[in-house]
Design a binder for this molecule. Structure first.
Ligand code: HEC
Length: 301
């Protein structure tokens, strides 16, 4: 069967260079994003490496203490020696009083250890040069605020969907995956992106959803890696990998008539989609019959 598109390997070299340049840059961007996650979220529980606790602390908060304490035990640990961090924490536990702030020497510690980063010029960091700026962080740690979640949600939805637009577009010229696998690989990141963003909000409400954050993040990473590696291999190493190398076995497997995982997933997706309309009709009837009168009642009260 001849495909309806130009396979990656047959594209002109300038196009391949363009695609490769984009993929490599985005790949490096992805690595930096992972490093950033390791250093901010990964340090939330004070230990290096990402854990479920980190996710819970970042979004739901560590409700047994204040933000300032968590940060001093977490990602800000390296910024002040043990005794000074201890002094700040003692002051926070004692009620973070404005008079004690100067008298206990907390102001001096903050000014020498923290203000070089946390000042008026640093637009994305809280300003600790004034007492009020610090005071806000001496209340119970309830994780990310709704304001910050809204901000990062829209940035991620816009930004990441663009990345997957182009990675998916390049990958859609691949010829070594079946149409089903390609549809799944191209569509998966979007489903996981939405699940990821939703899971932040859900984790903010209930910490059990921290697992969903990790699951969705991994799903996005796996589809990215799959599309990235397949595209690069097809463009530059088609012959050694897919004709002479291990990829040839992969091709035989792809072309075998047996039902693959993708076929079964495909069938599942088709069944789900075909059920959407009847479900929508039932839902609509339900809403009109029960929910609308209920809402009207509530508003009257
Ligand atoms: C080298 C620069 C630097 C220094 C020094 C520094 N911080 Fe930070 N701080 C950051 C950055 C970057 C972030 C945001 C990333 C994060 O949350 O880990 C941050 C975040 C924070 C937050 C959380 C802010 C928020 O909106 O959730 C607190 C609280 C904090 N720092 C306290 C301190 C204290 C207290 C000190 C002094 C002991 C200090 N920082 C020293 C760079 C610094």
């Amino acid at each position: 069967m001849t495909p309806k598109f130009t396979p990656l390997k047959d594209h002109d070299t300038p196009i391949k260079v363009l695609f490769t340049g984009y993929l490599c840059t985005v790949g490096i961007g992805y690595l930096f994003a992972l490093i950033q996650i390791l250093f901010t979220h990964g340090m939330a529980d004070g230990k290096f490496g990402l854990s479920v606790d980190d996710i819970v602390y970042s979004y739901y908060g560590n409700r047994s203490g204040t933000v300032l304490e968590q940060k001093l035990n977490g990602s800000m640990k390296e910024n002040a020696p043990e005794q000074e961090r201890f002094k700040i924490m003692e002051w926070v536990r004692a009620g973070a009083d404005v008079n004690d702030y100067k008298d206990d020497g907390i102001k001096k510690i903050i000014e020498t250890r923290c203000v070089m980063c946390h000042n008026k010029e640093a637009s994305s960091l809280p300003d600790f040069s004034e007492f009020e700026g610090l005071k806000a962080y001496t209340t119970q740690d309830t994780g990310a605020t709704f304001a910050s979640l809204t901000r990062i949600s829209h940035i991620h939805l816009f930004g990441i969907s663009f990345i997957f637009m182009f990675v998916g577009l390049i990958f859609s010229f691949a010829e070594t995956s079946t149409t089903q696998y390609k549809c799944i690989a191209v569509g998966m990141p979007y489903a996981f992106l939405v699940a990821d963003i939703m899971s932040w909000w859900l984790t903010k409400i209930d910490p059990v959803f921290a697992w969903l954050v990790i699951f969705a993040g991994m799903g996005m990473g796996i589809s990215f890696l799959f599309m990235w590696v397949t595209s690069i291999l097809e463009m530059w190493l088609y012959k050694p990998v897919f004709m002479n190398g291990f990829g040839s076995r992969y091709l035989t497997w792809r072309d075998s008539a047996d039902e693959s995982v993708a076929d079964r997933m495909w069938l599942f997706i088709k069944t789900v989609v075909s059920q959407l309309k009847p479900t929508a009709i039932i839902l609509k009837e339900f809403v009109l019959k029960y929910a609308v009168p209920l809402m009207k009642d509530l508003f009257k009260k």
